[in-house]
Write a protein that binds this ligand. Structure first.
Ligand code: ARG
Ligand code: GLU
Length: 714
């Protein structure tokens, strides 16, 4: 009995050691993490991860586009990221004749690699804390506006101090709500070409049905190549550019993974909110998430029908659909997770402890005594307009395509007297127009607009609706009105809108005002901008100020503890172990999936579950080559307890020796509340097993020549 008890205790301890909450700053690993990492199995040093003077892992990692991560896997700048990160590019190169989305794409040689205007990748050259420099001259009694000005001008000065290092992008970002600042220096490469992508039936297998779900069988990867000028420095696109030779690229481990193995994810997590108060969590659970989910459910339903009915619309709306549905599903998991963890109550308890700590001495009272009350006041007010804000964003601003375009043109119209702003707006519109109309289907949009307007009118507190609309709101959701309005509108026709923009001025603005869709948008948005937005912004500003003070107090209260800074789309390290989890009572999920599971899941009647013929043949022949696991199966994905978030997509999953074992692409649904509250029992990141990616490249696509440039550890 005693022995069993002892084993149980050990197991429990073991279990709690595995998952480590936090997305850690690479320059501070030595101070806070490396010892723990090594205890968990990591065999290398903090300098192997981040070093300014020698090649280190950070030199093989990029911010891919504006919100994903990628890693270099060859000396010739070959880059792997997720299929869903390269999705926009793959889609842009796709037409009905060359449907790379459906069929996949593989450049047979470097000349066939496809150029992607607008896509860039950023390598971090270095980062350093600059809090003192940012706060230079800040005195206690400075007014808010003055403090803001001072900080902005200090930041500009810091950026200038890096000048001379050409080709570098310098960014200064706040951490802990502005209680700390870091400067980041990046090298930005703008010639990034598409090298390969599996068909959607592999790269997106499971589609939105399986999105955020473990167990998973998605081959979510795509390959790009970074190009540089002859001097190996960033250069804008030129056919003469050459593959970039990185300071470091990841070796790829084919020996496989085991439960309990140390793993680390190194990438660009976008944003988390680990320190918000109970009221904020309550608002999210009770109001914000639910209304946003309802709006998107309506939009997705319409898109789905239209896409199923017309192959052209399927391609046009593929990327938009994926974008809309992704957070839609996450919000639902997040709400459930927060409720299950009693997040509100947990926060309330923390706040109680906080107020006890504050009341322990009078100087704390003076500094922090009003914080909790201020949160309460501001959130109570915010709660009243949160729905109006969310509805406006989901149904008007980002609802129909046409309102999105109108919003841009409206901004242009408003800036006719400001030359710089005007030409900036004009440039943006000129850039987006071709893509807009390539992926625009009038019929689909005509269904989305009234459906979302209906929701807007129904769910918005009438006191937030312009008088003018209150009386005639049913007109705008009447299908005849909508049909005629679209037919007559300048915005449903690329030629009409281009002509209008050609020589844009007062006359054209008059013309705009006669456009029914334009005036409907303007009526709603003007009212919103006058009556809702200012309050929303004011409250949020107040809240941010309180939040900064709260954070500063927490940093003081927990000064002997290690605190994670919320993610801010900068390079972070998170580590954990390969392990499954218990999604619900009585069920345990294994840590890996295989091709066998994908074959079991296949269903010829469900698009998300179609398995390509060739993959079935490889399965039947068990032709897995060197990519099989120890049981002879072909691994596809695995899950592990690394604390990740959006932006970590495409991040390298690295083993104890610093070798690539997987590519991160998702989190499990039961763990999506980790952006606010991490649960070591249930929060898991989902990664593609690198062996599956290589198998697809080699055996499925016959692009094995790409493997020659990699460093494979067999
Ligand atoms: N959930 C993942 C992320 O947040 C993957 C999204 C893309 N996949 C999809 N089926 N929509 O980005
Ligand atoms: N799929 C996400 C991304 O694009 C990663 C999943 C997550 O949010 O953890 O970054």
């Amino acid at each position: 009995m005693k022995k069993i008890f002892f084993i149980l205790i050990c197991l429990l301890l073991f279990k709690t050691i595995f998952a480590v909450e936090g997305m850690w700053i690479p320059t501070l690993l030595k101070k806070f993490n490396i010892e723990e990492m090594q205890k968990m199995g990591f065999k290398l040093t903090a300098e192997d991860i981040y070093d300014v003077n020698h090649a280190s892992m950070k030199d093989a990692i990029v911010l891919f586009g504006s919100g994903c991560t990628g890693e270099v896997i060859s000396d010739d700048g070959l880059l792997i990221t997720n299929h869903h990160c390269g999705f926009g590019q793959i889609q842009k190169h796709s037409t009905l004749a060359h449907d790379y989305l459906t069929d996949g794409f593989w450049a047979k040689n470097r000349f066939e690699e496809l150029v992607n205007p607008g896509l860039s990748v950023q390598f971090l050259v270095k980062m350093e804390e600059v809090t003192q420099e940012v706060m230079k001259g800040a005195k206690e009694d400075l007014k808010d506006v003055d403090l803001k000005k001072l900080i902005a001008s200090n930041i500009e000065a810091i950026k200038r101090s890096y000048a001379g290092i050409t080709n570098y992008l310098v960014d200064v970002k706040p951490l802990f709500y502005g209680n700390q600042y870091f400067a980041y220096v990046y090298e930005v490469f703008k010639d990034v070409r598409l090298v390969g992508a599996p068909p959607a039936s592999i790269g997106k297998f499971g589609g939105d049905t399986d999105n955020w779900v473990w167990p998973r069988h998605t081959g979510d990867f795509s390959l790009f190549r970074v190009y540089a000028g002859k001097d190996n420095k960033p250069a804008s696109y030129s056919p003469d550019n050459q593959p970039y030779h990185p300071k470091k690229f990841f070796p790829i481990n084919l020996k496989g993974i085991r439960k309990g193995d140390f793993t680390m994810v190194f990438g660009f997590p976008g944003s988390t909110q680990e320190y918000i108060p109970s009221q904020a969590v309550r608002l999210l659970i009770e109001k914000s998430n639910p209304i946003k989910v309802v709006a998107r459910t309506i939009k997705l339903g319409i898109m789905e029908n239209q896409m199923a009915a017309d192959p052209k619309v399927r391609i046009q709306y593929a990327s938009k659909y994926a974008g809309v549905s992704n957070v839609w599903k996450k919000w639902q998991g997040e709400t459930r997770g927060l409720v299950r963890l009693h997040a509100v109550e947990k926060k309330e308890k923390e706040e109680l402890e906080f107020s006890k700590w504050v009341s322990q001495n009078s100087s704390r009272e003076k500094k922090y005594g009003a914080i909790l009350e201020d949160f309460k006041k501001n959130y109570a007010e915010l709660s009243d307009i949160q729905i109006a804000y969310d509805l406006y964003n989901e149904t008007i601003l980002r609802g129909s395509d046409v309102f999105g375009l109108i919003a841009r043109v409206d901004q242009l119209a408003q800036s006719v007297n400001d030359t710089a702003k005007f030409s900036r707006q004009m440039r943006i519109i000129a850039e987006i127009l071709p893509g807009y109309f390539k992926d625009y289907d009038g019929q689909t949009d005509q269904l989305i607009l009234p459906a979302l307007l209906k929701l807007y009118f129904e769910r918005l507190d009438p006191k937030h609706l312009p008088e003018k609309l209150n009386s005639c709101k049913t007109d705008f959701i009447n299908s005849t009105w909508v049909h005629d309005a679209y037919k007559r509108s300048l915005f449903s026709d690329s030629l009409k809108i281009k002509t209008l923009l050609l020589d844009f001025g007062a006359k054209q603005i008059k013309k705009l005002q006669k456009d029914d869709l334009y005036s409907l948008y303007v009526t709603i948005s003007e009212y919103y901008r006058k009556n809702i937005e200012p309050t929303y912004l004011r409250l949020n500003q107040n809240i941010m100020k309180v939040q900064k003070a709260y954070m500063s107090a927490i940093l003081e209260m927990k000064q002997d503890q290690r605190l994670m800074a919320d993610a801010n789309l900068t390079l972070r390290v998170t580590y954990g172990k390969i392990e499954g989890y218990e999604p619900m009572d009585g069920v345990y999920y294994e840590y890996y999936t295989t091709l066998k599971g994908m074959i079991d899941k296949q269903d010829p009647n469900i698009t998300d579950y179609l398995v390509p013929e060739k993959l079935k043949q490889l399965y039947n022949a068990k032709d897995y080559g060197i990519y099989k696991n120890s049981t002879g199966e072909l691994p596809i994905a695995f899950c592990a307890s690394n604390h990740t978030t959006g932006g970590n997509s495409g991040s390298p999953v690295i083993n104890a020796n610093g070798e690539l074992i997987g590519v991160n692409f998702d989190r499990c649904w039961e763990g999506t509340m980790s952006d606010l509250l991490f649960d070591p029992e249930r929060c898991r990141n989902i990664a593609l097993d690198i062996r599956y990616a290589l198998f697809i490249i080699d055996k499925y696509a016959g692009a094995g020549y790409l493997l020659k440039e990699m460093n494979l550890i067999k």
